[in-house]
Design a protein around this ligand. Structure first.
Ligand SMILES: [Zn+2]
Length: 106
């Protein structure tokens, strides 16, 4: 096996892992749709992410509780987040999903 082949295989494995994580996030999102406020708050703690409104209703700040000082800007209108995960995959990250859950829960 050449180095290029190994690199490609690793890339594919990483891709599969990403999809699995995304599915997990979506499953949790589905659950929260049928639940209300208290559950969303509990999930907020479970995920270790705190989300804070800004003066723009479409822009939220997601704070990592496990990594103090790490903040990401989530834009609901554009469906974007400034974190590394979103930047790499261009798919909804946990911050974006978290903000959507909180907004839905009111
Ligand atoms: Zn993010």
């Amino acid at each position: 096996m050449t180095l290029v082949q190994i690199a490609q295989q690793m890339k594919m494995e990483a891709h599969d892992k990403g999809n699995a994580e995304e599915k997990g996030n979506l499953d949790r999102d589905d659950t929260s749709k049928v639940m209300i406020g208290g559950i969303a708050k509990r999930e907020e703690r479970a995920n270790g992410i705190e989300v804070v409104k800004t003066s723009n209703p479409n822009v939220w700040i997601a704070k990592s509780q496990s990594r103090p000082g790490v903040e990401h800007e989530v834009n609901l209108e554009l469906g974007t987040c400034s974190c590394e995960d979103f930047t790499k995959r261009q798919k909804p990250c946990k911050h974006l999903i978290k903000v959507r859950i909180v907004v839905k829960a009111g």
